[in-house]
Ligand binder design. Structure first.
Ligand code: TSJ
Length: 412
């Protein structure tokens, strides 16, 4: 019988790492609810998106299988399989070491957010099994794990080859562990929505989704060559549009900024922020930078055009964003997050970069599109009028309450 090699220092580290993840899964994936379960898929997909951002992958396939497992397949270069200095193939390091991502001397790696940057080893630790196929150098390499631990003995530290191929790419299959998760059924709705979002943010990527759990398989493909402009168009699809969508781009301090916005006939704003492809539910510095710059640009125009007179107060931020749908997407080399769910961008340089790009490019656009500017200004005027009426009503109400209180107290 082939004996497992005795535990050396590196396998003890692996065991400790896996144990920590399985003991406190919430620390690594947020929760063990359906949300945490879906996160396993996002975490794996984000690795393929990173490969896309590095310039080597334009197709990703995500499949939910009838047995409760999922697989993610890409046409990238394939995870490196050669022996690493730690005494195992690079691929094994990726799946058994926490924070192993980005250790291949490839700077572009990890441009996408990754789930709190924890990586595929966490998904591995929280799966009953994980199966890896890598197409590279004309060969198909295979590896397999159970609850994070390698199943296969390697000879000379080489991964087994199970076939030949002309293709390159990575396929990861995994079955989430029911010992860990409260529910083990992925939400197709949530996963589809996230994949579609990823497609909007990566215009040259195609993502195919398939759900094989039902009686008849269901498949859908996401490819959004218009990027965040297409996102805005679809968010506003069934709404009355007040102006054409506006798209601005630029970069500053090494931060790339892309903004798409459009006004619709509604009395609220919908401003979404993304950093390195990850949605920032709690907003952050990119949104504050955009909002302050946009507000001051609009106020400057309003004064120039005499819409605001000398005696008038400025429009407020929410006046100028009344009816606005916007997507603010930044690429930051070293993002940091704060907040309850760590989804609030915290970098001050992002605020400066977005503010600079917004001031310059929005002015550039409106100077050439006065009709759009007029529509935007009339949205702001309408909002300001309503706000002032409400403020007056509130003041009147407070005065009435005060009067009544004084009357009842016998003071009047
Ligand atoms: F993380 C993961 F293992 F879960 C995973 C990684 C899952 C999936 C579906 C795909 C991937 C992945 C990794 N796709 N493509 C890559 N690429 C690399 O890891 C890679 C390939 C080549 C080189 C190189 O410098 O030659 C460097 C890297 C990081």
């Amino acid at each position: 019988m082939a004996k497992k090699s005795s535990y050396d220092a590196s396998s003890i580290t692996v065991l400790e790492g896996l144990e920590a993840v399985r003991k406190r899964p919430g620390m690594y994936i947020g929760s063990t609810s359906r949300k945490g379960l879906n996160h396993l898929v996002y975490e794996i997909v984000d690795n393929s998106v990173d490969e896309h951002l590095a310039g080597y992958c334009d197709h990703i396939e995500v499949v939910l299988e009838a047995d409760g497992s999922a697989y993610v397949k890409d046409n990238g270069r394939g995870i490196p399989v050669e022996m690493h200095e730690k005494g195992m193939p690079a691929e094994r390091l990726v799946f058994t070491t926490l924070h192993a991502g980005g250790k291949f001397g490839n700077d572009v790696y990890k441009t996408s957010g990754g789930l709190h940057g924890v990586g595929s080893s966490v998904v591995n630790a929280l799966s009953v099994w994980m199966d890896v196929q890598i197409c590279r150098d004309g060969q198909i390499f295979h590896d397999r794990f159970s609850r994070g631990l390698p199943d296969l003995e390697l000879s000379d530290g080489l991964l087994p080859v199970i076939g030949k191929t002309k293709e390159t790419g990575t396929t990861i299959r995994f079955l989430p562990d029911p010992e860990i998760f409260e529910v083990t059924r992925f939400s197709a709705t949530d996963i589809k929505s996230r994949l579609h979002e990823t497609a909007y943010l990566n215009p040259s990527l195609t993502i195919r989704f398939e759900d094989r759990r039902g009686e008849t398989p269901y498949a859908e493909e996401y490819h959004e060559p218009d990027g965040i402009m297409g996102y805005i168009r679809d968010l506003n699809r069934n709404k009355e549009q007040i102006c054409e969508p506006i798209c601005i781009k630029g970069s500053s301090e090494g931060i790339e900024v892309e903004i798409a916005l459009q006004y619709v006939n509604e009395f609220h704003e919908n401003v979404l922020g993304f950093c390195n492809n990850i949605y920032n539910a709690e907003g952050g510095t990119h949104l504050t930078g955009f909002k302050s710059a946009f507000t001051s640009v609009i106020n400057n125009y309003a004064r120039e055009l005499g819409i605001l007179k000398e005696k008038d107060a400025n429009f407020t931020g929410s006046d100028v964003r009344n009816g606005m749908t916007a997507v603010i997407s930044v690429r930051h080399p070293d993002p940091s997050f704060e907040g309850q769910t760590k989804t609030k961008l915290d970098n001050q340089d992002a605020a400066r970069a977005v503010s600079k790009v917004t001031s310059e490019e929005v002015v550039h656009y409106f100077d050439r599109n006065l009709e759009v500017l007029k529509n935007v200004l009339s949205c702001a005027e309408k909002a300001a009028k309503i706000r002032k009426t409400e403020e007056r009503a509130k003041t009147n109400m407070q005065a009435e309450v005060l009067l009544r209180q004084q009357r009842e107290a016998g003071q009047l």
